[in-house]
Design a binder for this molecule. Structure first.
Ligand code: SF4
Length: 106
């Protein structure tokens, strides 16, 4: 009976220590999510054809938001009006760092 109690106490202590480590890691390594990626993904056609050179529309949106590419023209299936809307959105909506992008449609 005593070994069961010792085992339970050890498990509680180990759980508390690991929980504390996870909590501290979360606060130290916290990364602010850029909601523009999700918004731009929704503005792209959603064909996930890979024609832009990325695995899908979400990859293209991520590349636009992180500055890997600066033109919406990489998405050939997207209509000109949609491309302009994406560029206008990214050029006027600041990210987590408070800065906007300079995205073109050509
Ligand atoms: S080319 Fe356009 S539709 Fe095709 S995966 Fe890239 S962003 Fe999506």
């Amino acid at each position: 009976m005593q070994s069961v109690i010792v085992t339970l106490v050890v498990m509680v202590i180990v759980g508390a220590v690991l929980g504390a480590i996870l909590g501290i890691s979360d606060s130290v390594f916290h990364v602010e999510a850029d909601t523009r990626v999700e918004t731009v993904t929704g503005m792209l056609p959603g064909y996930n054809c890979g024609g832009c050179g990325f695995a899908g529309c979400a990859g293209c949106a991520q590349a636009l938001v992180d500055g890997t590419i600066t033109s919406v023209s990489v998405c050939k299936p997207s209509k000109p009006e949609a491309k302009q809307k994406i560029a206008d959105y990214l050029n006027s909506t600041p990210g987590p760092n408070g800065e906007t992008l300079h995205v073109t449609v050509d």
